[in-house]
Design a protein around this ligand. Sequence first.
Ligand code: GLC
Length: 800
Amino acid sequence: MIINTELEYKGNLFPSNVISCHKEVDSFYFVTANKVILKLTIVADNILRFHYANTGQFEADFSYAINKNASRGFDSLKMEEDSHFYIINTAKLSCHISKMDLRNKIYDRLDGTLINQDELGYHWEESYEFGGDIVKMTKTSMDGECYYGLGDKPTHLNLKGKCFENWATDSYSFGKETDPIYKAIPFYIGLHDYKAYGIFFDNTYKTFFDFCFERRNVTSFWAQGGDMNYYFIYGPKMNKVIANYTNLTGTPELPPMWSLGYHQSKWSYYPESRLMEIANKFRQLQIPCDALYLDIDYMDGFKCFTWNKSYFPDLKCMVAEMETEGFKIVAIIDPGIKIEDSYSIFNEGLKNDYFCKRADGPYMKGKVWPGDCYFPDFTNPKVRTWWSGLFKELVEEIGIRGIWNDMNEPAVMEVPNKSFPNDVRHDYDGNPCSHRKAHNVYGMQMARATYEGVKKFTYPKRPFVITRAAYSGTQRYTSTWTGDNVASWEHLSIANIQVQRMSMSGFSFVGSDIGGFAERTDGELFTRWIQLGVFHPFCRTHSSGDHGDQEPWSFDGEITLIVRKFIELRYQLLPYLYSAFWHYTNNKTPIIKPLVLFDQEDIQTHYRTDEFVFGDKILVCPIIEANAKGRRMYFPRGNWFNYWNNEKFEGGKESWVEADLDTMPIFILEGAVIPKYPIQQFVGELPITELTLALYYKNGKEESVVYEDAHDGYEYNKGKYSLTTFTLIGKDKELILQRHQVGHFDTIQQSFKLEVHGLPFDIKTIQLDREKLSLKVLKKGFVNEIIVPNTFTELHILGK
Ligand code: GLC
């Protein structure tokens, strides 16, 4: 790794004094005597973009990360100047640019807190090896500042004191602290004085981030090429920082609900009879499951878009049969296209000049599963269109419902750098460049092309895609998993952190290989992993297959029952998860919230890593050690009910929680209304005529939102959805539930079944929209016999 000190002595260049400043639309241009330009764009009142050019002009402004439909605009903008600074004021920020050296300081406009300031600020070094510049930024780290984000880094949630590299890398059996691994997400969040801001360094070259690693009070980031081009996003709430970053880089559309069910995978299930056997076993043991995976062995000689006819003589027929049993089939597609004269995809690619080439002209040849391959240049829009079209047979004709993109860092075998050499050329959507610039977006552009194809051929249903490599913005097209982990307790804890970190980095649809990919898991580890996995937005068991079986029944009978109980819990919570997904797509709120995101005002949360909030009302803390009977965990402020026994826990402190192997610490925020489905073996198995609402008493008020639609298709875009706000108001002797619904979803639901938890009084009467309701049992604590029509407006439970 190149570290900053090494570079510092090689001859850094700095902007000199500002000689002119002018404004064009929403941007200010500051020009220095040595021809550096800073273009400062006001993206929103709380978002500033800093873009520097060294040569007196900017190159084409092109970004794969930024979502073209991102909302922008600000309420107020004024510039003043004094003898030392240009001062740009928006409704939220005050940005001071030094006339002497272009360094900036950014203040909270409302209370004057200094949020972020350049230390050396922008500087650069000429890149003798490649041309262009190595662009660098150093900032002062504030007292007690903590750092979060940066995608899939397998390290402590708080990044302080560490240094990282972003270069998508195939990382079989990576370890804690391995860096870099599969993803390159150059976005971090800083938190000090209880205020949060984010920095998104939109540069696809190899980038580096140093959070007080080399120098105690300095944070820096730099890239091996391209421009210093970063967005400063102010909160002060971390939730707002993440929502704004996610707005800039985009969210996916709502996924089909089946993709939120349980997925079972292995490298590989074949032949057809084996896959059928797995499917039957799920149904026989009544373990819910929605998706089964075809890993590379389904192909003919690992050639993409072919299949092995002796393993799967009639793929279409098998897929159809699986559908009738409620299973969707997801198939893997890698980027490497086998070099073989008689292979039509190879020939098409060759004929149309779709494959990547080396700088001197020959094709980029590399070994992957099929042997020697060429690789489509997914940064070429023509290639993406071609690739999208290739899914017609698999998706439209055969009925495969999801595509799994793997090895797209891109991974190349038997070469020391595990990928393409730097000189490989790419189109980069009409901005030709070398692999140094395109590497980190290669996987993203592959997933994008795949998504477009799957979407087209699945329509009017919703597509499902999963990728291994990603750059910022990839979440618009696909879900992801954390790559080739290991069946170890340490990896269970890494998976927990990685999913939280990805969530904070704008990418919520994520999960890990449950049970571990490499090496052998045991029943206890598998159980603890399933317990965590059912709370991850993407929930899939996957393993390399060379260390025994890893299905829910592969251990002993007791394990199977526990695993089933937790997968059932996931299926019960599907309407809650789906609503959280709606919040994510609509409000850009992460589905998983690390405690620091849930309550940044509580300093205790700043270093917590194990506990997280699933959605906005369920607190989860996985057991990540063997032989545990329970654990200590931190409860964020508020009161929490133990999901298993309704015991109440006061937040703002640590407590011991019992958790034998058949249970795990799960808590519900008081005042919550949790929607639940009956247990189904797959999404859509049962007509849901009644929705259970679990109400958790609170002396006070709390809102919960439930989103529903047809679970697939696009009718929701035409208003066919239902968005219900439930307001729970608890008093000493009364609990009120108000329902307010918008949208026009024709639901078959007729009633709600209410479960009331933690009621502190005996019930005297229940009134529904002013009518008295008759009740069989009136008692304190837990009540579950209240069934009400789904049209009610207000329910009163009155105490004695
Ligand atoms: C890679 C993937 C893994 C897959 C294997 C074979 O290692 O990460 O999930 O099973 O390739 O396709």
